[in-house]
Design a protein. Structure first.
Length: 172
């Protein structure tokens, strides 16, 4: 840091400074450049509305990637908050491993299957693109093993393409 430069925390209110310091000291962020993070830390975002997020000082930013692709309906949607709250009071989560289900999973699977073309009528839910790509690779390996071709494992992917950050997806 140059001698005349102010520290990053110079204009932070005490709550923001506390969060900034805790984050810098304890939170490992994906894809972090550790050298600059050590001195600059994170931008502390505290609110959101529509397509904008706001930092702890009230400065707004356009969320151009939709919360890393998972807030495509925007922030602050009352009807979404109400639906989430209603479901959270009934059954906020239950895994669907092996032979359990829940009403939202079964209903959504049927809806997605009804929209899919031809005889595509099964759905496998994942929580990210990385996990989706990992699952696709595993399904292809399983399918080929069942066909008696367990060594058929080669994948074609774009050179320098981003397929996710999980081990299999980034290996593509």
């Amino acid at each position: 840091m140059a001698a005349s430069a102010q520290p990053v925390t110079a204009n932070m209110d005490p709550r923001t400074r506390d969060l900034w310091e805790k984050d810098r000291a304890h939170f490992l962020h994906p894809w972090t450049h550790f050298d600059s993070f050590k001195s600059e830390g994170s931008l502390v975002l505290t609110e959101a509305k529509g397509a904008r997020v706001f930092d702890s000082q009230g400065k707004g930013y356009l969320d151009g990637i939709g919360g890393l692709w998972c807030v495509n309906i925007g922030y602050g949607r009352k009807e979404m908050a109400e639906a989430i709250a209603e479901q959270a009071l009934k059954l906020p989560f239950y895994n669907t491993f092996v032979d359990t289900t829940n009403p939202p999973a079964a209903e959504l699977a049927a809806k997605v299957a009804s929209l899919a073309p031809g005889d595509l009528d099964h759905v496998f839910f994942t929580t990210s693109g990385s996990e989706s790509n990992d699952t696709a690779v595993r399904l292809i390996h399983f399918y080929n093993a069942r066909r008696g071709k367990p060594h058929k494992k080669h994948m074609i992917a774009r050179k320098d393409g981003y397929h996710g950050s999980t081990y299999i997806a980034m290996s593509l």
